[in-house]
Design a binder for this molecule. Sequence first.
Ligand code: ADP
Ligand code: GLC
Length: 480
Amino acid sequence: MKIVHVASELFPYMKTGGLADAVGALSAALADDGHEVSVFLPGYRAACEHGDAAAAARRLRFKVELAGDFLAGDVRAFSPRKNLTVYLICREEFFDRRAPYGNGERDYDDNSDRFIFFCKAVVEMLRLADLQADIVHCHDWQAALVPVLLRDSERRHGVTLALKTVFTIHNIAYQGVFPAKTFARTNLPEELYHIDGLEYYSQVNLMKGGILFADRVTTVSPRYAREIQTADFGCGLDGVVQTRADDIVGLLNGVDTGVWNPATDALLPARYSAGNLAGKKVCRTELLKRCGFVVETTGPIFGIVARLTEQKGMDFVLGNADFFLAQDCRLVVLGSGDKRLETHLRELAAVAPQKICFAAKLDEGMSHLIEAGADFFVMPSVFEPCGLNQMYSQVYGTVPIVSRVGGLADTVIDADENPAAGTGLMCEPEVLSLRDALQRALMLFADRPRYAAVQQRGMARDFSWNVAARAYEQLYQDSL
Ligand code: ADP
Ligand code: GLC
């Protein structure tokens, strides 16, 4: 099949979270299976500066219209592996910036123009480069206009640029909602600014377009597919999702074993496997040193790697500050984002620097070291479409403590409820329930044989992308 992915993140060119990992791994797996795969990504500064792009041989110029303004851009194409082509949609004014969505304090004011431009450019490139796509697979709100534009171009000009479209919701909390006047920038017919179109409480909602106009809608775990049809998790789009109830499926993400595998991970000071955990000890010692903790610690290390947003349940962690201060344990948090959360975590680390370490930065190497060196990985999310870190932790022999939501509930088994099959500990997304799980973690850690059994079961699980890639292939075939 000729498969085109459209996304605002793609590992290793731009990443703020799991979207980049998921699109990177899925497109690579499909390419390895012999499909002809293209991925469209905005030409962010970091992406353009990446060695692959700098060597890009092919450049194409194009122009698209946003409400009477004709905006030019150019596309750089390169092929990082067999059967895979990456297209960077470049326009300096929009994408030559350090961060993809905002300046750290707030979102960029021109995000609507930036991503409308991106979507229009993708459609224009499908035409100019004559890609003859069987499937155009769009991810999250930044790419959600593409199925709408394709449907419109077919209706208005009779041109079919893609046989079928798929839209994947990686996170329904981000919808791309903009003022009503934004609609004109899409140049779509007025009738689409309607309750059955992009209109949403007198504003424009781009994700709504993806959900309504794609031929198939997916999300990243079976449980989240059900959750987003309820008011508690649908973030106001539950009714819209319900209209696609027959078409929506939840396909779990996988682990890209080329990047996340303790036996081959070049970012670690030592490598290891389930059969020989000596290297994990080396990673643990290195982690303790990096955090400035004494190396001879007895209690467990709790690790966290996360975007600091409300989603990740960091308030429940902070609500348990006294636990981390009082118990024989260490806490290391790597993450940046919400300034309030950063401040509270910094203050907490300042109270007990010998026990709590907080690094407010993006650090790929450190994220691998935490996954490998910690004893428990803490992820008490309020909601979690899929979540990758709880899978990475199981693969790395680090027991996950997760809340019972979305993909977390689909990928972790509680070791107290299910002693024979447990791979982690589960709680509700609340302070007290997390405290209970943390206490159970101390008991588990003290019982070495039981801890080792839980760890081994996690390491034995197969979270590889093969399963997910097959499921997407099947979905593409079915829709065709
Ligand atoms: P989400 O996509 O909601 O952020 P996921 O668990 O799906 O959550 O994926 C998060 C990804 O981002 C993981 O690969 C994680 O290691 C990475 N990540 C998050 N914060 C950081 C950070 N500060 N430094 C390095 N990697 C990070
Ligand atoms: C989103 C979700 C996360 C998911 C990732 C990749 O960022 O928050 O749960 O794992 O997308 O699908």
